[in-house]
Ligand binder design. Structure first.
Ligand code: FAD
Ligand code: FES
Length: 511
C-alpha cells in the first residue's frame, strides 16, 4: 500500500466532499474540522459522483437518489444504496498535507447474532433486497430463506421504464440489487417459488409446488401487481403491462422502431414508458384521464410542463380520455376511446395503477386498496412484518401506502431491524424520482393539500425547485436540476419546515 499526498487541509470545504486521484483510485475526501476521511468517490447504488452531493449533520447525501452515509464511518444510513462506502486510510502530516492510501481498508464484519430462528423473507424486489442486506449486515444469516417467484429476481425494476424500453440497456444488464458477497458466508437459501398461502396463526407458508415451510419470523415484501382494466379486447395479443423484467422482454419483441403504440395511463409509469418508447423510435399515443398529467401530485404548472415536454418530443396526447375497448383479429389493431375516436396501433401498454400483492395472506385485516395494515413498526401480526408497495402504515393520524422505490427500501431495512428485536417507528419523508427525455424530476414529501406553490426557476425550462406549501409550511418539494438542494432537504424535511427556511437553505446550497 502506498500513501499519496492529495490536498492541503485548508483546501477542503466542509459542506461537500472533494474528489481526488490517489494512484489508480478515485477517492472522496470528507473534512470535519481538522479531521479528514476518505471514501470511494462514486455511490455504490448507481455510481453518482458523490462530490456533487451534500454533507449535512454528519451525513453525506448522494445527489441522485438521496442515499446517505455516515461521514465518520461511511456506514449506510439511507438507501437506495445498500452497502457501506469503501474506506481508505488517511494521514494528515506536517504542513497540514493530507495523505491517502491507494488501497481500501478491509470492510468491517458484523459479529454474528446468536439467533437461530427460522426467518423467511418473501419477495426479492426493493423492500425484500433491502431487508436481506440489513439482516446480513446486522450479523444474521443462520437460517434465512428468501423466496421469489421470478427466476432472477432482485434487480432494479426502475430501469425498465426508463433505459430498457428506450433500448439503452439490455434486459439482461439491469443492475442487480445486491453484491454477490451478501449471498455468501453464511449462505442464504434462495428459493424460486410462488407463495400461495401464508397462515400467520400457524406461521406456515404453502408454496405453489405443494411444499410447506414453517417460520419463526417472516417479512413480507411482495409488492404490487399491475391492474388490467376490464375492457373488451384486453386479452388480445400485443397488449402489455410493465412490472417485471419478463414483461419488458415480451414488450420489446413487438416494440420495434416505427411501430405504433398506445400507452394508456398518464401516471409516472405511463409517462416514463411513453418517453422511452419515443426514444426507441415508436409512434406514441398517450391516453390519459387528465387534461394535465400529475396535476394532483405536482400542481398545474409542473404537470403542464411535463405534458409539453412529451409533446415537444412527438408524443400524440389524448387528454381527458379513457380506453373503452381494444379491437383486432387475434392481435390488437385499434384502441377505441370513450369519445369514440379510434386509434390505429400495433401494441398497447397499460399503466393504470397496481393492486397490492397480498391475496396469499390469510386472516389479516386489509385496507380498502387491499394492502395489509401495519403498525408504526411495520408489524402486521405476531412474528410477521411487511414492507413496500403491499403495506399501509400510520402517518399523521391516517393510514397511507406509498409506491416509491426508496420508501420500500427504507421500510425493508426498518422491518428487518424490528424483526431482529429493535423497536423503530417508520416516519421517513417519501422521496421519488422520475425521468423523461433525460430530465430527472425529483419529489420529496407527499402533499395532500397546498394553498401556494413557490417557484425558484422555471418549470418550463426544466430547471426549477417548487415548494408546495400549506399556510407557511412546506408539504412537498418538486425539482429539476437542483440535486444538492434536494439532497439537503431530504434530511431537513424529517422535521416540519417553513417556507422561509426552505428558501434560505436552497439559496445557501449552490448546485
Ligand atoms: C417500471 C417501473 C418503474 C418504476 N420507477 C420508479 C422510480 O423511478 N422511482 C421510484 O421511486 N419508484 C419507481 N417505481 C416504483 C417502485 O419500483 C416500487 O415502489 C418498488 O419496486 C416497490 O418495492 P417492493 O419491494 O414493495 O415490490 P417489488 O419491487 O415489486 O418486489 C416484489 C417482489 O415480490 C415477488 N412476489 C410477488 N408475489 C409473490 C409471491 N406470491 N410469491 C413469491 N414472490 C412474489 C415479485 O416477483 C417481486 O420480485 C417503478 C415501478 C415500476 C414497475
Ligand atoms: S446513485 Fe446514489 S443513491 Fe442512487
Amino acid at each position: 500500500m502506498t500513501f499519496f499526498v492529495v490536498a492541503r487541509l485548508d483546501q477542503l470545504p466542509e459542506d461537500r466532499g472533494t474528489r481526488v486521484r490517489v494512484g489508480a483510485e478515485t477517492v472522496l475526501l470528507i473534512r470535519t474540522g481538522n479531521q479528514v476521511r476518505a471514501y470511494q468517490a462514486d455511490c455504490p447504488h448507481a455510481g453518482a459522483p458523490l462530490e456533487q452531493g451534500v454533507v449535512h449533520q454528519g451525513q453525506l447525501i448522494c445527489p441522485w437518489h438521496k442515499g446517505a452515509f455516515a461521514c465518520d464511518s461511511g456506514q449506510l444510513c439511507e438507501p437506495p444504496a445498500l452497502t457501506n462506502l469503501k474506506r481508505y486510510r488517511v494521514d494528515i502530516r506536517h504542513d497540514d498535507r493530507v495523505w491517502v492510501a491507494d488501497e481500501p481498508m478491509a470492510p468491517a464484519v458484523a459479529p454474528r447474532v446468536p439467533d437461530s430462528r427460522r426467518i423467511l423473507v418473501i419477495g426479492a424486489g426493493a423492500a425484500g433486497a433491502a431487508a436481506v442486506a440489513t439482516l446480513k449486515a446486522k450479523g444474521y444469516g443462520k437460517n434465512l430463506t428468501w423466496i421469489d417467484k421470478e427466476a432472477q429476481p432482485a434487480y432494479d425494476r426502475t430501469a425498465l421504464s426508463k433505459y430498457v424500453l428506450a433500448g439503452e440497456m439490455p434486459p439482461t444488464e439491469v443492475p442487480a440489487l445486491l453484491e454477490p458477497e451478501v449471498y455468501r458466508a453464511p449462505p442464504i437459501r434462495l428459493l424460486q417459488a410462488e407463495v400461495r398461502r401464508l397462515d400467520p396463526e400457524r406461521r406456515q407458508v404453502l408454496l405453489a409446488d405443494g411444499q410447506r415451510l414453517n417460520y419463526d419470523a417472516a417479512l413480507l415484501a411482495t409488492g404490487a401487481e399491475p391492474r388490467m382494466p376490464a375492457i373488451e379486447g384486453a386479452d388480445l395479443a400485443g397488449v402489455f403491462m410493465l412490472r417485471s423484467r419478463q414483461d419488458a422482454v415480451r414488450l420489446l419483441e413487438l416494440a420495434r422502431p416505427g411501430k405504433r403504440v398506445a400507452v394508456v395511463g398518464d401516471s409516472f409509469i405511463g409517462l416514463e414508458s411513453a418517453s422511452a418508447l419515443r426514444k426507441r423510435g415508436l409512434m406514441v399515443h398517450l391516453i390519459g384521464r387528465h387534461a394535465v398529467p400529475l396535476q394532483k401530485q405536482l400542481g398545474d404548472r409542473i404537470g403542464s410542463a411535463v405534458r409539453a415536454l412529451h409533446e415537444q418530443h412527438g408524443v400524440i396526447y389524448h387528454p381527458g380520455c379513457e380506453a373503452r375497448a381494444l379491437v383486432g383479429e387475434g392481435q390488437v389493431q385499434q384502441v377505441i376511446l370513450d369519445n369514440d375516436q379510434r386509434i390505429a396501433v400495433d401494441l398497447v401498454l397499460f399503466g393504470v395503477g397496481v393492486r397490492p400483492a397480498t391475496a396469499f395472506v390469510e386472516g389479516l385485516q386489509r385496507a380498502e386498496d387491499g394492502s395489509l395494515i401495519a403498525d408504526s413498526g411495520l408489524a402486521v401480526a405476531d412474528g410477521l412484518w411487511a414492507a413496500g408497495d403491499m403495506v399501509s402504515y400510520p402517518c399523521d393520524g391516517r393510514s397511507q401506502r406509498i409506491e416509491h422505490w426508496r420508501v420500500a427500501q427504507q421500510q425493508g431495512r426498518l422491518a428487518a431491524r424490528n424483526l431482529l428485536g429493535e423497536h423503530l417507528r417508520f416516519a421517513d419523508v417519501p422521496f421519488f424520482w422520475t425521468y423523461f427525455y433525460d430530465q430527472t424530476f425529483e419529489v420529496l414529501g407527499h402533499a395532500r393539500r397546498w394553498d401556494r406553490i413557490v417557484f425558484e426557476g422555471e418549470p418550463e425550462q426544466y430547471r426549477f425547485i417548487a415548494l408546495l406549501c400549506f399556510h407557511e409550511e412546506v408539504e412537498s418539494v418538486v425539482a429539476c436540476e437542483y440535486p444538492r438542494a434536494m439532497a439537503l432537504l431530504s434530511q431537513r424535511m424529517q422535521r416540519p419546515l417553513s417556507r422561509s427556511e426552505a428558501l434560505e437553505l436552497i439559496h445557501a446550497t449552490p448546485e
